[in-house]
Structures are given as C-alpha cells and as structure tokens.
Design a protein around this ligand. Sequence first.
Ligand code: DSN
Length: 478
Amino acid sequence: MSQNAESTAFRSALEVIRAVEPRVADAIGAELTDQRESLKLIASENYASPATLLAMGNWFSDKYAEGTVGRRFYAGCQNVDTVEALAAEHARELFGAAHAYVQPHSGIDANLVAFWAVLADRVESPALKKAQVRQVNDLTEADWFALRRELGNQRMLGMSLDAGGHLTHGFRPNISGKMFDQRSYGTDPATGLIDYDRVAEAAREFKPLILVGGYSAYPRKVNFRILREIADSVGATFMVDMAHFAGLVAGKVFTGDFDPVPHAHIVTTTTHKSLRGPRGGMVLCGPELADQVDRGCPMVLGGPLPHVMAAKAVALAEARRPDFADYASRIVANSQALAEGLLRRGAALVTGGTDNHLVLIDVSGYGLTGRQAEQALLDSGIVTNRNSVPQDPNGAWYTSGIRIGTPALTTRGLGTAEMDQTAELIHTVLAQTTAGANADGTPSKAKYTLDPALADKVSRQATDLLAPHPLYPGINLA
Ligand code: DSN
C-alpha cells in the first residue's frame, strides 16, 4: 500500500466534507492531531487501520438491510449480503465458532441479543413459544401477562462491577439490571483474583439462568473451562463477554481453558477494542442458539449498519493474518512491562500485576481518588480512565483506581522499554499530585494540585516518547 494512496484518500475525503461544513472537516483533522499527540492508555481504545476506516465512509451507509444474509426485509441487499457474509466467515474462522452474527452496533447491543436468545431458548413459557413461531397475533391478554411475568423472573450471575465486571452484566444503571434478578460474584479480597469455589457456591445458592464470564477491568486471565463446569452444575447457560480481550483470543494469546469460545454457549464482543476493528459488536454461538441470535434485528437492534459490517470484514481479515498474533502477544508483553515498571516504583496494582492487556492502579496509595489521578494525568498528556477497585470506598464516580491498557500504544509500535518510561511518567505525576480540600476544609475527592510546570514537562516527555512511532505514518493531511 503506497503511503500516497492513504494520504490522497483522507485528504480528498476532507476536501469534500470541507466544501459542505468546514467545521466538521476541521474537527476530524483536529481529532487526528489529538490522537497523534496523546499517550493513549485507555484500555478499551485502539487505532483501526486506514482500510478499516475507509470501508466505513461510503454508500453502504445508505442501505437498509433488516433480516439476515439472503433473507432480507428490503430489496437490493446483494452487496450487503456479500460484506455481512464475509465478516461472519472471517469471524467464524478466526475464533473457531460455528456461528457468527455481525450486526450488533455495540457491545451493549451484542449482549442484549445474547440475553434475548438465551431467554427465548430457555424460558419455559407456552406464550413465548407461540410468540416465537410467529403467532404473536394469537396471544391473548392472559398470554402476554404470563409472558412478561415469566421473562421478568429470570436470574443472572455476573462479576461484580467493582471487581471488574461490566454494567451490562446485570447492573442497575443498564437495562440488564432491570430485566434480570441479578447477583454478582466478586474477587478474593486478599489476592484480587476470582475465587472459583466462591463462584460455584454463589451459583449453587442462586441457580441463575445465565452465568456471565468476562470483564472490563480485571487484569487477569479467566479460566472459562471451570466457569462452564460451574454453569453446567446448576443448569445455567454460560455466556462470555470477551469485548476487552477478543484481540488476545484472536491472536492466540488466550488458548485452551482461557479461550472462551470452546467453553461458552454464547460469546459476545465488541470489535473496536483489542480486536482493532470498527466500533461495533458481534455474537458467536453454536447451532443451538443461532436462530435466536439471528433475530437480533429487529428484536432488539435497529437496522444493521452495512458500512460498519464492511469494516468488520476488513478488520477481521486483518486479524486472521499472522502478524496479528505477534501484535496480540506484544500487547501483553507491554502490559506486563508497564505493570513491572509501576510496581518497581512503588505503585499498588490490583492483583499485583497483569496477564492481559490492562493494569489497574489503586491510586489510594498516592493519597488520591481515581478522579483526581485521571485529571492530573490528563493535564500531563496521559489519557487514562478512572475505575473502581474491589470494595472501592469512593464509589463508581470518584473511584480509587486508574485503568490503563496497552492495545493502542502497541499498535503505534511502542515496546517494553517505552512501557518502563511510561510507568516513570505515570508514577511521577501521581507522586507529585496532592489531593485538594473543599471550601469548608473537608477533603475533596475531585480537587487536586499539580505544578503546571511539571505537567508540561511530562507532556513534552510523553510527546518525545511517541515521536519515533508516528500514528498513521501513511497519512499526511497537510
Ligand atoms: N466502555 C467500555 C470500556 O471502557 O471498558 C466498555 O463498555
């Protein structure tokens, strides 16, 4: 691929946009500059390839395509069929799954599709059976009442939010917490690790319909074989949300007991995190759940986004190349180097380290809340996000943690030596930041003091660290 082609493509696109609304063209250009200049350590973000980005900016966006490949509710979907079938084929091959549904617009959507598929498959309800065989109009008022009661009484067991679980695994701020009677399993307070015996105990007591594995802030591998055994022992469906670590599964860093696909009944993911594709979601499952999963649209999804499915096909093709496995193993090497660098400088890490793409710093050791730490780091050119730690005394808004991840910097080409320098920058900022006070003298969870000269110095050091690894080196918008 000539660098010239990439530059020409993006420059021309911006020129066309600028002719209509220059402020949008300017914002797009500014976003590239900002991303190029910041040390991006948000564990759920990455940089998609130019081919993936370009696959989204076209007339596929104009097409309605409800239904599935070859069975649409709209005419003229032959080209959408091509890209959706390609994305699904790449996903099946990449993950060794029997079935892939690539329409979900996001991770939440993918989880909703999966929840609905499991409910439809598992809930014993004559009314639901009628509804499923397209006799919806035959349902009486009493049937509907029974249907709502039966669906509304189902149980879900997922990882607790402060231990690293995700909102969509049955927590109140998300619809899943309103749909399901939810209980959660935490981590061992001494080690920060999942205690599988406790999960089994909780499953025996609670008898969930769905056991959910997966996380958004747990820095360790999860043994999905054991979780499947627990699910089987109580007759639960085992669902894994691998949104955060899908790239590590695709890149064969997580294999055997740590690969969810052979163990779970149903697996959901986003496509834009460690998998490095476009923003979107996906569901993988065996043949038993495939029909229900394919009803995702219009059951819970709006019309599929063909332009994003085209980009998923491109990104998944990229992830099937041998160099993606190398990328995935470098993500983890970098994460471990970052963890070691922080530990050596005295930081406290949840679980004492990492074996995936993320590190969770307990910043209470620096006398800070997560919010204070996040802002001080941002002032210094380091983009992270605050996150709860297990049994967090500061709640989900202020938190006591900072979550950092390496997928994005690894895409840029930074390696383990630079991770040690990154650890030095993070530690310097956190050690030099002091918590502030409210007007009445009580400790503030948001205010902080950091010498602006130090923040500037760290910002410059971060820029120097990035300089040998330009982001999108093939794209010159000037
Ligand atoms: N918002 C994503 C994250 O940052 O982990 C998960 O949905």
